[in-house]
Design a protein around this ligand. Structure first.
Ligand code: XMP
Length: 518
C-alpha cells in the first residue's frame, strides 16, 4: 500500500484550522488535523510527519496552562510553520517573549513589508512592495527566539514574518489560509516544496489505497451500508462494492424526512445503475413518532442518529455474518466530532453520522471517506465512474427535513415543506442555476403570518428560501438571485403550495450563519 507523505497540523483551536488543511490538499499534500492534547511525543513519533503546522487559537500563551505542542516537535528535524497563536507558542517555547495587554491587539486587514534578505517561502510575495494579510491577534511577540531573523513587518506586528533558517522553522503572525490574505496559498506552496513534498496525494492513489484498506479491514465478513441517495453514501457504497463485491448490502432507510419523491428515486436509481443488494426500509412511523414534540435541534439530531443505528442494527442482525456498518462520514464531520472529546474548538452541531452514535454498538464502522472533504468525494466519485447525476446532486443532510423545520415537526408541516421545496428546485433547474449553486432548499418557519388571497384572509406558514455557494460547506455565501427570480419563485410557491402565504430569502453567509437552519 502506498504510504503518502504526511503533514501534521496541530490544532490550537482556531475556527479556520480546516482552511489550512484545504489549502494543503489543493496542493496534493496529505495532511491531518489533530488537537494539541492528543499530540504526545509517542503520537508524533508514530505519525512521522514530513512537516508540521501549528494552527492559530483563541488562548493566550501568556496564560499559565495554555496549550503547548510537545517539546519533541522541535527536535524531530522537520520544518515547522507557526501561524498566529502557533507563531507565539513557537517563540515562547524556543526562548522568545510574547506579551499581551493594551495596544497589542490587531484585527483585520494589514500590510506586511519585507525586511532582511529574501526568504524561500516568500517566493512570489512582495512584487508590489508590500503584501495584504489578515491579522487576528490579541497578543504579540515582543522578542524573537534565538536563531530567528525577521523577514516581514507590519505596523501592529514588528515580527510579522520570522524564520530560523538553520532549523527550517517559520512563524507568521497573520493567517495565510483565509482569502483576505490573497497570496496566502503561495506561502503554503513554498513551505511544502521546501519541506520536500512531491504532491503524492491524488484521487487515483487514494482509491487504490482505500480499496486495499477496506479489504484488509473487512476480510470475509459482510458489510451493510446506509444509503441516503446523497453523494457521500453513494460514493462510499460504490467504493466498498468495488472492494468486496457482494459482501456488501445497502440499506436505505426512509425516515419520513426525505424530499418529495426522493425515496422512490433513490431506490430506483441504485437498482437501475448498480447490481448491489439493496433493502429499502420504510421506518417513517418510527422516526416521526419519536420526534413528536421534539423542538431542540440537538435532541432532534441525536434522536435521529440513535434511531438510524437501531434500524441498521436490526437489519444487520438479519444478514448473516454482517459485522460492519459503512458510513459516508467526511473529514469535516470527524474534525468537528473532536470537540466532543474536549478539543479546543467549539461544537457547533452534532452531525448525525458521528455525534449520534451510541457508545455501545454491535457493528464496527467502515468509513472510507473520513479523510476527505466534500469536493474530494466528488472527485473520487468521478474516479469510480459514478454518473454525473449522482455526483452533481446538492448535498442533503442525514437528519433530512427535520433540520429544515425549526420547532416541532408535524406531518402537515413536512408535507408543505416538501411541496415548497419541489417548486423552488424546479425553478432553479428551469433557470439553469442548479449546478452553479452548491446547495438550495426551503425551510418552513414555525410562525404563521396573516395574508390576503383573493378576497379572503389567510393565516399560513412563512418559509425561507436558502441557496448558497461553497467549496466544501465549511464556509458559504448566499447566492445572488435576481429580484425577478425571487419574485417569480415566491409567487409560484404561494400559488401552488397550500399552507404558505409568505416567502423570505435568507441572505446570511457562513459564518456567521450555518447552511442548515438547525
Ligand atoms: P451546516 O448547516 O453545518 O452544514 O453549515 C454544512 C453542510 O453539512 C450538511 N449537514 C449534514 N450532513 N449529516 C450530514 O450528512 C448531518 O447531520 C448534517 N448537518 C448538516 C449540510 O446540509 C451542509 O451541506
Amino acid at each position: 500500500m502506498t504510504q503518502h507523505q504526511r503533514l501534521l497540523i496541530i490544532d490550537f483551536g482556531s475556527q479556520v484550522t480546516q482552511l489550512i488543511a484545504r489549502r494543503l490538499r489543493e496542493l496534493n499534500v496529505y495532511c491531518e488535523i489533530h488537537p494539541y492534547q492528543n499530540v504526545t511525543d509517542a503520537f508524533l513519533a508514530d505519525f512521522a510527519p514530513k512537516a508540521i503546522i501549528f494552527s492559530g487559537g483563541p488562548d493566550s500563551v501568556t496564560r499559565e496552562g495554555s496549550p503547548r505542542p510537545p517539546k519533541s516537535a522541535f527536535t524531530l528535524g522537520v520544518p515547522i510553520l507557526g501561524i498566529c497563536y502557533g507563531q507565539q507558542v513557537m517563540m515562547q517555547e524556543l526562548g522568545g517573549l510574547v506579551e499581551s495587554g493594551h495596544g497589542t491587539a490587531e484585527f483585520g486587514r494589514a500590510f506586511v513589508t519585507p525586511t532582511g534578505t529574501n526568504l524561500a517561502i516568500l517566493d512570489g510575495w512582495f512584487s508590489e512592495g508590500r503584501e495584504q494579510v489578515w491579522m487576528s491577534h490579541g497578543d504579540h511577540v515582543s522578542r524573537i527566539a534565538p536563531g530567528f531573523e525577521v523577514f516581514g513587518t507590519s505596523p501592529g506586528a514588528p515580527f510579522a514574518i520570522t524564520a530560523d533558517l538553520k532549523r527550517n522553522f517559520f512563524a507568521v503572525q497573520f493567517h495565510p489560509e483565509v482569502h483576505h490574505t490573497p497570496r496566502g496559498a503561495k506561502l503554503y506552496e513554498n513551505f511544502i516544496r521546501l519541506a520536500g513534498f512531491t504532491g503524492d496525494w491524488t484521487m487515483a492513489s487514494y482509491k487504490d489505497d482505500a480499496i486495499a484498506k477496506i479489504r484488509e479491514q473487512v476480510g470475509d465478513k459482510r458489510v451493510i451500508c446506509g444509503l441516503s441517495g446523497g453523494v457521500d453514501s453513494s460514493v462510499a457504497a460504490v467504493l466498498i462494492h468495488e472492494a468486496i463485491g457482494d459482501q456488501l448490502t445497502c440499506v436505505f432507510v426512509d425516515h419520513g424526512l426525505m424530499r418529495q419523491g426522493e425515496a422512490g428515486e433513490v431506490v430506483s436509481m441504485f437498482r437501475d445503475n448498480y447490481n448491489i443488494p439493496l433493502i429499502a426500509a420504510d421506518e417513517s412511523e418510527l422516526f416521526l413518532g419519536e420526534l413528536e414534540g421534539v423542538t431542540d435541534p440537538e435532541v432532534k439530531r441525536k434522536t435521529i442518529g440513535r434511531l438510524f443505528i437501531d434500524v441498521f442494527q436490526k437489519y444487520a442482525d438479519e444478514i448473516e455474518g454482517a459485522e460492519f456498518l459503512a458510513q459516508g462520514t467526511l473529514y469535516p464531520d470527524v474534525i468537528e466530532s473532536v470537540s466532543f472529546s474536549g478539543g479546543p474548538s467549539v461544537t457547533i452541531k452534532s452531525h448525525h453520522n458521528v455525534g449520534g452514535l451510541p457508545e455501545k454498538m454491535g457493528l464496527k464502522l467502515v468509513e472510507p471517506l473520513r479523510e476527505l472533504f466534500k469536493d474530494e468525494v466528488r472527485a473520487l466519485g468521478r474516479e469510480l465512474g459514478l454518473p454525473e447525476k449522482f455526483i452533481g446532486r446538492h448535498p442533503f443532510p442525514g437528519p433530512g427535513l427535520a433540520i429544515r423545520c425549526p420547532g416541532e415537526i408535524t406531518r402537515e408541516k413536512l408535507e408543505i415543506l416538501r411541496q415548497a421545496d419541489a417548486v423552488y428546485i424546479d425553478q432553479i433547474r428551469k433557470h439553469g442555476l442548479y449546478d452553479e449553486i452548491w446547495q438550495a432548499f426551503v425551510a418552513i418557519l414555525p410562525v404563521r403570518t396573516v395574508g390576503v388571497m383573493g378576497d379572503g384572509r389567510t393565516y399560513d406558514y412563512a418559509c425561507a428560501l436558502r441557496a448558497v455557494t461553497s467549496v466544501d460547506g465549511m464556509t458559504a455565501d448566499y447566492y445572488p438571485f435576481t429580484h425577478e427570480f425571487l419574485g417569480e419563485t415566491a409567487t409560484r410557491i404561494i400559488n401552488e403550495v397550500k399552507g404558505i402565504n409568505r416567502v423570505t430569502y435568507d441572505i446570511t453567509s457562513k459564518p456567521p450563519g450555518t447552511i442548515e437552519w438547525e
